[in-house]
Structures are given as C-alpha cells and as structure tokens.
Design a protein around this ligand. Sequence first.
Ligand SMILES: Nc1ncnc2c1ncn2[C@@H]1O[C@H](COP(=O)(O)OP(=O)(O)OP(=O)(O)O)[C@@H](O)[C@H]1O
Ligand SMILES: [Mg+2]
Length: 257
Amino acid sequence: MALLSVEDLSIAFGGLAALSGVALEVNEGEIFALIGPNGAGKTTVFNVLTGLYRPTGGRITYAGEDLLRLAPHEIARRGVGRTFQNTEVFRQLTALENVLIGEHGQLRSSVWSAALGLPWVRREEAAARRRALGLLERFGLLDVAEVEAGNLPLGSQKRLEIARALGSEPRLLLLDEPAGGLNPTETRTLMELICALREGLKLTVMVVEHDMDLVMSISDRIAVLDYGRKIAEGKPREITADPAVIEAYLGRDAADA
Ligand SMILES: Nc1ncnc2c1ncn2[C@@H]1O[C@H](COP(=O)(O)OP(=O)(O)OP(=O)(O)O)[C@@H](O)[C@H]1O
Ligand SMILES: [Mg+2]
C-alpha cells in the first residue's frame, strides 16, 4: 500500500489555480521526485502536505489516515518532516543547537520540568544530545557542531537543515530544492547522503529539485507538474523521453526540433 496517496488535489490563490486535480502515490521507501518549471506548484504540494495550505479540493491519505483533518503539528508528529526552498537554519544558533531544536518535538520534557532539573529530564537531554551529534556526524558536520549556523557555507547549511528535519525522526521526508545554490561537489555529497538515508533509515523521500542530474540519478519515480497539473509520471528514463515534459521545459520549438 502507498504511504502517501494524493487524489484530485486542487488549490487556488485568488484567480490562480496553483494545483488542479493532481494525483500522486508515493510508496514506502521510495525516492520520489517532483519536478517542473518555476511556478508549476511543487512547493505548494509540500505546503499542503505539511498542513500549511488548505486545499480547495482533493483527498490525501498518509499512513492510512486522512491527512487533511490534521493540523501542521499533528502532521509533523506523525512523521512528515521537511526542509524549505530558502534555507532556514537558525543562523545565530550553533549547528548542534539547530539539530536539538529539530528533536525537541519528540522529547517528553517540558520547559518546566527542564527548569526543575529533574534527573529523567537530564537523562533525556543527554540522549538527545548524543543523537544530535550522531546526526551531525552522519552529515559530515561534527567538526562544526559548535559553529554558528549562519557562518557555515551554504552546502553545510543545506545538510544541516536536513539533519534538523531528521531530528524529529520522520518517516516521510520532503526536500524542497536541497541542491539549490550548491556547487557540483556539494551536490554530489548531498546526492550520496539522500541515498544513504533511504538505505540506512528506510526513509521515504519526496524531493523537489531543478538539478536534473541529481533527480535522474537518485529517483525511483518522477512526477512532472506544469501550471499546476501533472503532465507526466514515470521512471527517470521514461520522463526524459516524454514529449510533454520536453515541451514544458524547452518550449514547443525545441520539442519539434
Ligand atoms: N501563498 C501564496 N499566495 C499566492 N500565490 C501563491 C502562494 N503560494 C504559491 N503561489 C502561486 O502558486 C503558483 C505555484 O507556486 P509554487 O511556489 O508552488 O511553485 P514551484 O513549482 O515551487 O516554483 P519554483 O520552482 O519557482 O519554486 C505560483 O504561481 C505562485 O505564485
Ligand atoms: Mg518552489
């Protein structure tokens, strides 16, 4: 059964239909890419999936549950994690603190019990710290654990944002342009990381990305949006050969040539 099933999803802003009748099925353990030209509606799909936007129509089932009945924090608690298109690390906090914040939703301790310094809280926090350091290590960021996130190069900030999203132990991870602004070396590191996450943590990953080398090499399946509609879906090889996709990206002349 699919982990995520989206049916007939529509949303409009003013007069503009940002998504029209979009259907998607993402299977457990899959790396599923969502691609399409600027303004196609990719980020909007993520915003609906995380409960930030309410669609005008459609159904979404996640892990057997009606996702549209849930508030954003409930969706996060059920294991939907994400990163944002514009890197959003807490710039004044250290890399370690950024990951600890990502974990916080999972901790039982409240601010009050933490302030009281109860022993079980201290144990929980020590465990959280160990886990956060483990995540930083996995992402090649252990050396910079105590560096303010704003002072890290973009490639490291992007990896840190993924590490933070993993702090909440998601089952479905949504990555919005993880390679945006990265150089080829940083992109390759990221590519390997995403694949390793799927292998090691058995994560299901949805990725929005303009870097076609990355998309084609890591995705099991790809859906293509154009003007809010799904115009194609398939394995990487099928997508690159699809005339509708070529036309959406390059324009009719190029498709005819
Ligand atoms: N909150 C909003 N208010 C008004 N219009 C919006 C809002 N969010 C998205 N849109 C519009 O919906 C359309 C789809 O936007 P979206 O951000 O999903 O595109 P995208 O595929 O992620 O594009 P890009 O590749 O440039 O990030 C665009 O026309 C955008 O202007
Ligand atoms: Mg976007």
